[in-house]
Design a protein around this ligand. Sequence first.
Ligand SMILES: Cc1ncc(COP(=O)(O)O)c(C=O)c1O
Length: 438
Amino acid sequence: MNDTARGVGQAVDMSEAFALAQDARDELASLRQQFHFPASKTGTTLYFVGNSLGLQPKSVRGALEQELDDWARLGVEGHFAAKHPWLPYHEEVREPLARLVGAKPNEVVAMNSLTTNLHLLMVSFYRPTTSRYKIVIEDTAFPSDSYAVQSQIDYHAKFAGFDRAKGLIRLKPREGEATLRTEDILASIDRERDSIALIMLGGVNYLTGQLFDIATITKFAQDRGIVAGWDLAHAAGNAHLKLHDWNCDFAAWCSYKYLNSGPGAVAGAFVHERHTQDAKANAALPRFAGWWGNDPATRFKMGPDFSPVQSADAWQLSNPPVLALAPLRESLALFDRATIAKLRAKSVTLTGYMEQLLHSTAVAKRLRVLTPTDPVQRGAQLSLVIEGATRQTSHALLERGVYCDFREPNVIRVAPAPLYNSFHDVWRLVQVMNEVFR
Ligand SMILES: Cc1ncc(COP(=O)(O)O)c(C=O)c1O
């Protein structure tokens, strides 16, 4: 960590020259040129919503045109003869995806959308009994996660014979605090150690930006016979994940945020290989099946019996959506160029710089940052509660070229994405915020 990431309260150089000097020595700075920035009325776009929808890599258009041309030129033969043959298309993203989330290639697959993947994985890994049936989530979990886990609980409650109303444990911060303490998460798990079947937290909470200690929580839960699954929507491409080493049971994430693969992009899933490497155990897992989850060696024998491949691919249902996967492949190539380790190092510095600037200007008097100050406990995003700010505030910011977002009841989220945001972007953002809140 360099001098721009000192703790809050320490002096920060407020000058524009300092921001420009930081950019000049940033070895990732040129990657910004690889993205399209949307227009703004001021002519200067400050894009801080990569945690919502990442920018379009410039290479995406060409990649899509390639597939469209191959389709026009080759028709069905494109499955074998396209520049990137369509039949094994999903395999093109396997290795970069594995590198990105710290997995082995056989543990990841790009498929479907996030909530769909969470459901498919819960079909296999949420196996409640009469006594062990509860699911743990954050109280501020993204709504889709709340709906997904409650519907899984409801689905099983009748058959397994437990009370659906007692099925969900929502973790709340202490009175007066915005984020969860690891010790409190562990204590809650321990309290209900014999009745919890699954913990399924967001790796980075969407509202507060808190990055959880995934390794510690996973181990603690598993030591008590609890399955540990993670929603990594806000963590993939943001935090430096080590899903294999951390021994997570499963995870899923979307690719339209930090992964820049476009609106509604194909999501990702991780299943630890210890669930698939034993052929019998793999076949015995309850699983909703489709032909693309079948062992490729026998897939085209077209038999009626499902024989799951021994990897995360076993959860695939359908043949790969080529036009949707092309942007993901292009985006992952940029992550490979940068490497997640370097991106994370820049991100820690960039977000620290933003926090320091915010605390050093006039906005500070009206500002509360919900996100933890400790870089280990956060990704790129800062969640700001600013006295007097409403949904209209984000519109006023947009008028001045700032893309950020507002989440009910009162949170403005700003996320400098290290792939394309600069120190100068951050410096300008803080100038505009001061102007708007003056
Ligand atoms: C943490 C989290 N979980 C789930 C979702 C839902 O994703 P999808 O609509 O791709 O299923 C989102 C969407 O932003 C999210 O941020």
